[in-house]
Design a binder for this molecule. Structure first.
Ligand SMILES: Nc1ncnc2c1ncn2[C@@H]1O[C@H](COP(=O)(O)OP(=O)(O)O)[C@@H](O)[C@H]1O
Ligand SMILES: [Mg+2]
Length: 263
């Protein structure tokens, strides 16, 4: 009994030390041309409350890595631990079109085990948090692209996870809407104790949002380099120091693409 308690306590300490711990993860897919190594020996920790972006060229394995962290697929080698079950948000909102904004969120609350009597008030609170108060009864087709991603964000937050995984969630939005949602995400991250692992191919977006930018190489995806971003929030995508660091990172990304092109 004492041993069990000690193990549980150690587990809690380990879980508190990292929101995610990715250790020596590799992933291969087998296809007609044989086995393709997509991710090669990736190690990366996300601290509690940390905001990390994974940046890389299209096809370098970003979504593959995020899916592994989400537990949607298994690594070929290595291990991944997360503090609880992560919440997910993709480029496509994946809301149920036959449900209202409010009911989409309530579904996530139901899956989390929130009692029926509390769900409506909680859904309304989450809609307020993403500044969509009043959209409770709206159907998905009545909402703009930006509003849909706000609902998707509220639904992800409804899962009450400690880790939010985001796969290019704003890539399909126009620049102005994206800019607004960057601000909202930063505000929500600051207001909560969430850890965020955010995937993008957009260098400026990575620098605009993150405390740490991790650059992946292509074919196979490896951690090529990482940067700590010390620029204080709120940042803007057009800030001079955001632009300057983005330029430096872009040079490295170009190097990765050139190196890959020669192979
Ligand atoms: N389920 C799968 N089966 C086979 N190949 C896959 C699968 N998922 C991804 N890939 C391959 O892995 C590589 C990386 O894909 P992906 O992770 O989607 O890249 P990114 O998100 O960085 O654009 C691509 O070459 C893709 O074709
Ligand atoms: Mg992808």
């Amino acid at each position: 009994m004492a041993t069990t308690l000690a193990t549980a306590a150690e587990g809690a300490v380990a879980a508190a030390a990292h929101a995610a711990r990715i250790e020596h993860v590799s992933k291969s897919f087998s296809g007609p041309a044989g086995s393709q190594l997509v991710l090669d020996d990736i190690s990366l920790d996300v601290a509690p409350g940390e905001f990390v972006t994974i940046l890389g060229a299209s096809g370098c394995g970003k979504s593959t890595l995020l899916n592994l962290v989400a537990g949607l697929d298994r690594p070929t080698a290595g291990s991944i631990e997360t503090a609880g079950r992560p919440a997910l948000m993709f480029q496509e909102h994946a809301l149920f079109p036959w449900l209202t904004a409010g009911k989409n969120i309530e579904l996530a609350l139901r899956l989390r085990g929130v009692p029926k009597s509390d769900r409506k008030a909680e859904a309304e609170r989450l809609l307020e948090l993403v500044r969509l108060g009043g959209a409770y009864g709206k159907r998905v087709h009545e909402l703009s692209g930006g509003m849909r991603q706000r609902v998707a964000m509220a639904r992800a937050l409804a899962q009450d996870s400690r880790l939010l995984l985001m796969d290019e969630p704003f890539a399909a939005l126009d620049a102005i809407t994206r800019d607004v949602l960057h601000g909202e995400l930063t505000r929500i991250w600051e207001e909560t104790s969430l850890s965020v692992l955010f995937v993008t191919h957009n260098v400026r977006e990575a620098v605009r949002l993150a405390q740490r930018v991790v650059l992946l190489s292509s074919r196979p995806g490896r951690v090529a380099k990482e940067w700590t971003v010390g620029i204080p929030q709120p940042r803007r995508i057009e800030d001079a120091d955001v632009a300057e660091l983005s330029l430096e990172i872009t040079e490295h990304l170009r190097g990765e693409i050139r190196r890959h092109g020669q192979h």
